[in-house]
Design a protein around this ligand. Structure first.
Ligand code: KG4
Ligand code: ZN
Length: 340
């Protein structure tokens, strides 16, 4: 078979993404975001997101096909996020993908959004190794994975027991009055702060359950600690720099994530780790992971920041691998699975 040509559709949260991939080459990647419509609510409003997807889906698809300059009738599959995500948002992407699959008479592939966050790296750095680890950090999830086959063999060996890392970013940004989404703005503000200014807690750092091969995270204590610290200083009338709070918080997050990721690599004998998810765009996380991995001879793969946040390329990258391996397509009555 020649290199598979696939369309990837993503609509699990507030980004409507459509991409076209041939093999491991990204031919087009169009994203329409409804983020501006959620800013005043301080978070994604599901119904607003669904309505925005409904409006943006067809124009985004058209733009992607035009930019890729391919004939839609030549595609080998329509690949779409089936979950996890916001139910009403997922339904829009799935409906569009089903309609397209029927219209083109091509197979449909319902895929996992989180796996897409890892798979997208192959567009930037080539085929994934036989066996590798992944640190997946997004707005809704924080996980450590051992991957033997990106299309079928994935074991979660760690996850957050409370908040996701991205959620902590968003909550701390709100606390500091920096708006939504919090990750990019904290990343920016932190550049002018001192990461050692405040010693925020590193949740569960020393508490791996090695017997159970688990490397879990906790971020709610960190979020509470930042909130208490800010409140105390404000009440005492002591001035402080937001940049120091942002940098110290960011340091705590990056420290815990990278320490656990490295421990996972040691424990399972992994020599490659792929970073994925919206928080993978974070400059400190990218830097510290590379630094720590280098000291241990572990290769770090990080998709370019623009491919870390939600997009259709993730689903197309994963879909092309699924098609390449000859997996069976999804049934046309496949449902959305918000908790997949
Ligand atoms: O993967 P994603 O786009 O959506 C989900 O699947 O959840 O991740 C969104 C999350 C948000 O919490 C956002 O604040 C965070 O990724 N994020 C960042 C950065 N860019 C986005 N967090 C830290 N630093 C960044 N540069
Ligand atoms: Zn995501």
């Amino acid at each position: 078979m020649s290199e598979p040509l696939v369309i990837g559709i993503e609509s699990s949260c507030d980004e409507t993404g459509v991409a076209v991939v041939r093999g491991r080459e990204l031919l087009a990647n169009e994203v329409a975001s409804s983020v501006e419509q959620h800013v005043r609510f301080g978070g994604v409003v599901p119904e607003v997101a669904s309505r925005a997807h409904l409006q943006a889906m067809v124009p985004t698809l058209r733009r992607a096909l035009q930019a890729a300059d391919v004939d839609a009738s030549e595609v080998d599959g329509v690949c779409v996020t089936a979950g996890p995500g916001l139910m009403g948002a997922l339904v829009v992407g799935l409906s569009a993908a089903k309609a397209l699959a029927v219209a083109l008479d091509k197979p449909l592939y319902g895929l996992n959004h989180l796996v897409g966050h890892v798979a997208v790296d192959l567009l930037d750095h080539g085929p994934l190794p036989e066996r590798f680890g992944a640190l997946l950090v997004s707005g809704g999830h924080t996980s450590l994975l051992v991957i033997d086959d990106i299309t079928s063999q994935i074991t979660e060996v760690g996850s957050t027991i409370d908040d996701a890392a991205g959620e902590a970013y968003d909550k701390v940004a709100r606390l500091l009055g920096m708006g939504y989404p919090g990750g990019p703005v904290i990343d920016k503000v932190a550049a002018d702060g001192d990461p050692r200014a405040i010693a925020f807690p590193r949740g569960l750092t020393a508490r791996h359950d090695l017997e159970k091969h688990r490397f879990d995270f906790s971020f709610s204590g960190l979020k509470t600690a930042v909130s208490r610290w800010v409140e105390t200083e404000r009440r005492a009338g002591r001035p402080f720099a937001d940049a120091d709070v942002a940098a110290s918080f960011q340091e705590a997050v990056a420290d815990v994530l990278t320490a656990k990721a490295m421990d996972m690599c040691d424990h399972f004998g992994l020599d490659t780790i792929v970073l994925g998810g919206g928080v993978a765009a974070n400059s400190r996380l990218r830097g510290l992971l590379a630094e720590r991995a280098e000291g241990r001879g572990v290769t770090v793969r990080r998709p370019r920041p623009g491919l870390c946040t939600d997009n259709g390329a993730m689903m197309a990258a994963l879909g092309a691998e699924v098609v390449r391996r000859g997996h069976r397509p999804s049934s046309l009555d496949i449902g959305a699975n918000s908790g997949l």
